[in-house]
Design a protein. Structure first.
Length: 78
């Protein structure tokens, strides 16, 4: 089950990945039992994804995710 913008394989901690079940992109934060933990770019609640549904993000997906993170980091508190 490979979706757009993903490549098969389990990415390393810190890498961007795609949850093939729904197409969400997240940074791998570790494992929770057999599942892979993902956090959305720029922050937010983590979610668990079964390892068979995790795909390495394509370069274009990684670029968009990094831009989201950088934009979030650049926001000043009000």
């Amino acid at each position: 089950m490979t979706g757009e913008g993903c490549e098969p394989g389990t990415p390393e901690k810190g890498a961007f990945a795609v949850d093939a079940r729904d197409g969400r992109v997240g940074r791998v934060t570790g494992r929770s039992g057999p599942d892979v933990r993902l956090r959305p770019p720029g922050g937010g609640p983590e979610w668990d994804c079964p390892p068979e549904a995790v795909r390495t993000a394509s370069p274009g997906v990684v670029l968009r995710a990094r831009v989201t993170e950088i934009n979030r980091e650049g926001q000043l508190p009000r």
